[in-house]
Write a protein that binds this ligand. Structure first.
Ligand code: KIV
Ligand code: NA
Length: 264
């Protein structure tokens, strides 16, 4: 059983095989998702909301991320492990490298950070020092107070052009994966076509190279507001591993996300 690497994800894009990613925060779920065939596990700073009950991701610390990364790494055998650098932990390249090192030592194979071209130097430094980087554009939740809420990004032409330009800058700086969150389907399609690296969407339509979901959404464990772009896979499958295997399969076959989960 060979491990999923960044090279494997790139080959999947080239072979037009869809990548399925899901968040995980502990060893039990990580093991089930890994067995279900998920290609990448994300220790998202969404844990501030889904585990800690906060209304944003801003209070999450590097220590929180390292703890949950260690838990996930202990349950995972095959999937690529991606860990989020939390709010204000990558304000300059030096700070980013030292915090990313903590996450890599906790078991991550790649770190994710939110933002555009201003991160180019940081991404280059991380990559040079052996830390693969995943970018994150569109709705970047660490900037929720700048956006004035969790809102669709890139609807206006000018904003769409900015996101495209940022995506290219991240790839040029050395990013090996990109998450696009809450953007119109057409914009996500254009960026996926224009970049060599795989683009993973959430609320970005069906035409990206892969999908990511927050596990609580994919298993119907959220109370209150449920985002339009999510689906409860546990509803049709009585067990967690079967539910997530169905997610992987639906992504592979182009059945998820459907138009009802996308912004046009
Ligand atoms: O923190 C998280 O769960 C994420 C995904 C929504 C992409 O960043
Ligand atoms: Na995140």
């Amino acid at each position: 059983m060979s491990k999923i690497t960044t090279a494997r994800l790139l080959a999947m894009k080239q072979e037009q095989q869809k990548i399925a990613m899901i968040t995980a925060y502990d060893a039990s779920f990580a093991a089930l998702f890994d067995k279900a065939g998920v290609h990448a596990l994300l220790i998202g700073d969404s844990l501030g909301m889904v585990l800690q009950g906060e209304s944003s991701t801003l209070k999450v610390t590097v220590e929180d991320m390292a703890y949950h990364t260690r838990c996930v790494a202990n349950g995972c055998e095959k999937a690529l492990i991606v860990a989020d650098l939390p709010f204000m932990s990558y304000s300059n390249p030096e700070q980013a490298c030292s915090n990313a090192a903590s996450l890599m030592r906790a078991g991550a194979h790649m770190v994710k950070l939110e933002g555009g071209a201003w991160l180019a130097e940081t991404i280059t430094q991380l990559t040079r020092q052996g830390i693969p980087v995943c970018g994150h554009l569109g709705l970047t939740p660490q900037s929720v107070h700048v956006f004035g809420g969790f809102k669709l990004q890139g609807r206006a032409a000018e904003q769409a052009a900015q996101i495209k330009q940022d995506a290219k800058a991240l790839e040029a700086a050395g990013a090996q994966l990109l998450v696009l969150e809450c953007v119109p389907t057409q914009l996500a399609k254009d960026i996926s076509e224009q970049l060599t690296i795989p683009v993973i969407g959430i609320g970005a339509g069906p035409e990206t190279d892969g999908q990511v979901l927050v596990m609580q959404d994919a298993l119907g464990l959220t109370s209150g507001y449920v985002p339009k772009f999510t689906k409860n896979f546990l509803a049709e499958h009585g067990q967690v591993q079967a539910a997530i295997a169905a997610y992987v399969n639906d992504v592979a076959e182009g059945r998820f996300p459907g138009p009802e989960h996308s912004f046009n």
